[in-house]
Design a protein around this ligand. Structure first.
Ligand code: DGL
Length: 270
């Protein structure tokens, strides 16, 4: 048994959709969440910048006694985690690798769609990982940059969202993909709209759920699941004003954000 916490980071509050999956699957585990709300978005930045920001996010989390770190951010997982994870002793898992394994497992016709931020899609990380899982898989990827603001401004379940989704997802529908990876933290909140556009036969893969399952399996196998709930079970840190994070965060977490929340000067961890 291991009573240390799980660390999780994201470019902002989107990673709370991943934390929700962890909380549901492992209700006893304690979690430290860092959201880089002062430097969001990562999805429009260059690879160098995403690596630099991710390094400081990990350095900050590494100041806590943690048993593992989860990269919840699709962009950081795709671009920075493969470059950084061997530089630290602590085990780290990102959403991209976990979702690729799941998509390769569930596709029946070998055609997989991937949607994510511009930086995630440009990186080609999903394509490479899917090919590694099964070289016969054909990947169709599309950047959906409007999805993040649609969710953050409360337009997730509207006609506007449906119209934009129909336009973005056209090439994925045309490819005949039977599996679609929702490769960005915000996209699970567009699940209904995306499913209605691509049709019921397409399996939507939620990377947060995949990474939560993999973490639980790993902890269980190594006898590292906790056996007790902490008094301060959930702690949140952000790099900008916590008020906005608290206001919007509960929609992403599907839980009120209460407990410890503090602001950190993330530049100190570069
Ligand atoms: N969290 C980011 C991701 O999953 C989306 C928001 C951003 O661009 O930073 O890629």
């Amino acid at each position: 048994m291991d009573n240390r916490k799980i660390g999780i980071f994201d470019s902002g509050l989107g990673g709370l959709t991943v934390m929700k999956e962890l909380m549901e699957l492992m209700p006893k585990e304690s979690v430290v969440y860092f959201g880089d709300t002062g430097r969001i978005p990562y999805g429009t930045k260059s690879e160098d910048t995403v690596v630099k920001y991710t390094r400081s996010d990990i350095n900050f989390l590494n100041t806590f006694p943690l048993k593992t770190i989860v990269a919840a951010c699709g962009t950081a997982s795709s671009i920075a985690l493969p470059r950084l994870k061997d530089q630290y002793d602590i085990p780290m898992l990102g959403v991209t690798a976990a979702a690729s394994r799941e998509a390769a497992r569930v596709t029946r016709n070998g055609r997989v769609g991937v949607i994510g931020t511009a930086a995630t899609i440009r990186s080609g990380a999903y394509r490479a990982l899917l090919e590694q899982e099964n070289p016969a898989i054909q990947t169709v990827s599309v950047a959906c940059p409007m999805f993040v603001p649609l969710v953050e401004y409360g337009y997730a379940e509207t006609e506007v969202a449906k119209m934009i989704a129909a336009d973005y997802l056209k090439s994925i529908i045309d490819s005949g993909a039977d599996t679609l990876i929702l490769g960005c933290t915000h996209y699970p909140l567009l699940h209904k709209v995306i499913q209605s556009v691509v049709g019921d036969t397409v399996v939507l893969v939620n990377p947060g759920a995949c990474v939560a399952r993999e973490i639980r399996e790993k902890l269980d196998k190594n006898n590292m699941l906790t056996d007790k709930k902490d008094k301060d079970q959930y702690q949140f840190y952000v790099s900008d004003d916590p008020a906005e994070f608290v206001r919007l965060g509960s929609t992403f977490l599907e839980h009120p954000i209460n407990g410890l929340i503090s602001r950190v000067d993330i530049e100190k961890y570069m």
